[in-house]
Design a protein around this ligand. Structure first.
Ligand code: BTN
Length: 322
C-alpha cells in the first residue's frame, strides 16, 4: 500500500488501490486507517481518492527497509514505541533462533543499558536505539573486532548523512568535540568455543535538544553540534549499509584494513590515559591497537601492557616510559 501511495504523483482512487493490491475497498480503507494510526498523513477524499502527504518521523520497518541498499541486513525489523532495552529483546529473539540481520529498534527505552552496567539515556523520538543480531561462525575472542567494526560503520554513517566526523574513543565510544555522541554495547552467547550469536547495540544521540543535568557536560547530539536536525531513518539506513559492507569484509579476513580505518578516526592513540578495570587502574601512553583489537599501553616503567576491556579516562600523572 505504501509503495503504491509513494509511487503516485497524485491522489489515487480506492478502487485503483484495491485492484493493485488485490484487496476489497473495505480492506483498503482499513489499511489506510492503520497507516494513519502509525503517523502517516494520508489525505482521503471520496472524489479524488488517497494521497500520501507525510511520513512519520519514526524508525518504522516500512521506512527503514524502503530504499535500503542491503543484501544481508534486510530485516526483519521489529519496531517498538517503548522497550526496556533493544539489546535484551534482540538477545531473547536470537536465543529463539532469529536470523542474522534481525533488527530491533525502539523510539524510547526505559532500561537502556551501556557498558559497565551504566544506564543509557533513551528519550523518545530523538535518538537511535537499535540492536542487530549476528551469527558469525567465529571463536569468542574475535568479539572485540566486531565492536571496533561497528564503530567504524557509525563514523561512516554520520559522515555520510550529517557531514560530521566523530572520533572514536577506544574501544567504541563515539565523540564529537570531546563529548559522547554514541556508544556500542556488544553482547554474545557462546557454545563451547564458538559464538552462538552476537547482539550489537547502538545508541546514537541524534536530535536531542539537550540532556539531563547529570549528562549535560559530557554528552552531545548531532543536532546540538550541527544546529539542525537529521533524519534518524537515513542515519539508521546508512549505518546498516556501512555495517553490512564492513562486516562482510571482517568475515572475509580483512579486519586489518578496518582497523586502519578505525585508527584514522580514533582520538585515543598517542594520549596519556588511565584505564579503569573494576577496582584496578592502569595508566600509560596509548601506543597502538593490536591486530585483535586490544589496546597497547606503555606504562611509566616502559612496560607494554595489553588491555582488552575497561573504561578509559584521559590524562594521568604518569609520564610514558622512553
Ligand atoms: C556505551 O557507550 O556504554 C554503550 C551504550 C549502548 C546503548 C545502546 S541503545 C540500544 C542498545 N540497547 C541497550 O540497552 N543498549 C544499547
Amino acid at each position: 500500500m505504501l509503495q503504491v501511495l509513494r509511487g503516485a504523483a497524485d491522489a489515487i482512487s480506492g478502487e485503483y488501490l484495491a485492484a493493485q493490491l488485490g484487496l476489497s475497498r473495505a480492506a483498503v480503507w482499513k489499511r489506510v486507517h492503520r497507516l494513519k494510526a502509525q503517523g502517516y498523513v494520508i489525505e482521503g477524499s471520496p472524489r479524488r481518492g488517497y494521497r500520501l502527504l507525510a511520513v512519520p518521523d519514526k524508525l518504522l520497518p516500512e521506512e527503514v527497509l524502503q530504499g535500503l541498499k542491503a543484501r544481508v541486513f534486510t530485516g526483519p525489523v521489529h519496531h517498538f514505541e517503548t522497550l526496556d532495552s533493544t539489546n535484551d529483546l534482540a538477545k531473547a529473539l536470537a536465543a529463539r533462533g532469529a536470523p542474522e540481520g534481525t533488527v530491533v529498534v525502539a523510539e524510547a527505552q526505559t532500561g537502556g543499558r551501556g557498558r559497565l552496567d551504566r544506564e543509557w539515556d533513551s528519550p523518545s523520538g530523538v535518538g537511535i536505539y537499535v540492536s542487530l543480531v549476528l551469527r558469525p561462525m567465529l571463536p569468542p575472542m574475535e568479539l572485540p573486532q566486531i565492536t571496533l567494526t561497528t564503530a567504524v560503520a557509525v563514523v561512516r554513517a554520520v559522515r555520510r548523512v550529517a557531514g560530521l566526523a566523530p572520533g572514536i574513543k577506544w574501544p567504541n565510544d563515539l565523540l564529537l568535540n570531546g563529548k559522547k555522541l554514541g556508544g556500542i554495547l556488544t553482547e554474545m552467547e557462546t557454545e563451547s568455543d564458538r559464538i552462538r550469536h552476537v547482539v550489537v547495540g547502538l545508541g546514537l544521540n541524534v536530535n536531542n535538544p539537550g540532556f539531563p543535568p547529570e549528562l549535560a557536560a559530557t554528552a552531545t547530539s548531532l543536532a546540538l553540534e550541527a544546529g539542525r536536525t537529521f533524519s534518524r531513518v537515513n542515519l539508521l539506513q546508512a549505518w546498516l549499509e556501512e555495517f553490512e559492507e564492513l562486516y562482510g569484509r571482517f568475515l572475509n579476513q580483512e579486519f586489518a584494513e578496518i582497523l586502519e580505518e578505525w585508527k584514522g578516526s580514533t582520538v585515543t592513540l598517542g594520549k596519556m590515559v588511565t584505564v579503569r578495570q573494576g577496582p584496578r587502574e592502569i595508566s600509560g601512553q596509548a601506543l597502538d591497537v593490536a591486530p585483535d583489537g586490544a589496546l597497547l599501553l606503555r606504562t611509566a616503567n616502559g612496560e607494554i601492557v595489553r588491555v582488552t576491556s575497561g573504561e578509559i579516562t584521559p590524562g594521568s600523572s604518569v609520564e610514558p616510559g622512553v
